[in-house]
Design a protein around this ligand. Structure first.
Ligand code: ADP
Length: 266
């Protein structure tokens, strides 16, 4: 916005009542976006006003997962985020890359995009804002810390993850930036066998605990495992159909686990 001063980020102002969570993971495909949208939908169903910033440059799958078909509109010089049937307001980096053309994102571009999503989007009063970050703990985590110093970090992992590395990197960034790591979510934590009572540990066990222990050590604070979400076909289908499992099957094991985590964060 040529030459004009940058607008302030409302969530970064002292006294802001919006809780901001940056959802991070060490690598892609662990279910970071699925967790984000399900938490958002569950919180909205509990009556909270919720927004999601989809800053995952590799996936930007949040609009599809929440069934958002609308586009952002411009009113005066603010961007109005489309709402979803869940009531969650969404802005996605995919809404600004025409035809979803592949874009090579560099740190400063992503920083600028995030700044605009936070400052130039009209969010209204939010209780909770979730930021779906690209996988990998790098520049973007530092951008978040600069733009919204009070943002807390939520780490998503699988039971399998080479935990030490993630924990160390995410932890040392949090220490550097004085950010709080609110907890760890272990996703894909076993699959109930459809034919018997057994749980198939598809991705092994213990990753959530190992990441939480590593983060606790690195940060010198206690980082809890907030919940474990099993593998559930309905969770994947819900993502594909734009109906989060926390709404379509709230009492399934996955729905219950996710709603429990949402209640801790909301
Ligand atoms: P990320 O954001 O970490 O890249 P996604 O949320 O896009 O990961 O998830 C990757 C794929 O795995 C998606 O197809 C999603 O539906 C599926 N998925 C994630 N978590 C689960 C789960 N607990 N049960 C079944 N499928 C899952």
């Amino acid at each position: 916005r040529g030459g004009k001063a940058e607008r302030e980020i409302p969530f970064a102002q002292p006294g802001s009542l919006t809780r901001v969570y940056a959802v991070a993971s060490g690598k892609g495909g662990v279910g970071k976006s699925s967790v984000t949208v399900n938490l958002a939908a569950a919180m909205a169903a509990d009556g909270l006003k919720v927004g999601v910033v989809d800053a995952d440059i590799y996936g930007h799958s949040v609009p599809r997962m929440l069934g958002v078909e609308g586009r952002p509109t411009q009113v005066e010089n603010m961007i109005m985020p489309p709402s979803s049937a869940t009531g969650v307001k969404v802005i996605s980096i995919g809404m600004f890359t025409p035809g979803n053309a592949p874009v090579v994102w560099r740190g400063p571009m992503l920083h600028r995009a995030l700044q605009q999503f936070l400052a130039d989007v009209y969010w209204g009063d939010l209780d909770v804002l979730l930021l779906d970050l690209p996988p990998g703990t790098g520049d973007i985590a530092i951008s978040v810390a600069q733009l919204v110093p009070n943002a807390e970090i939520l780490v998503v992992t699988t039971p399998q993850q080479a935990a030490a590395e993630v924990a160390e990197r995410a932890g040392s960034i949090a220490v550097q930036t004085h950010q709080k790591i609110v907890g760890v979510v272990e996703n894909m934590a076993g699959m109930p066998c459809p034919h018997c009572d057994e749980i198939v540990e598809v991705f092994g066990t213990g990753g959530g605990d190992r990441v939480a222990e590593g983060l606790s050590r690195t940060t010198g604070t206690t980082v809890p495992v907030l919940g474990r979400i099993p593998i559930d076909v309905r969770l994947r289908e819900g993502g594909d159909d734009g109906r989060p499992v926390t709404l379509s099957h709230p009492d399934s094991a996955a729905g219950t686990a996710l709603r429990g985590i949402a209640a801790k964060l909301g």
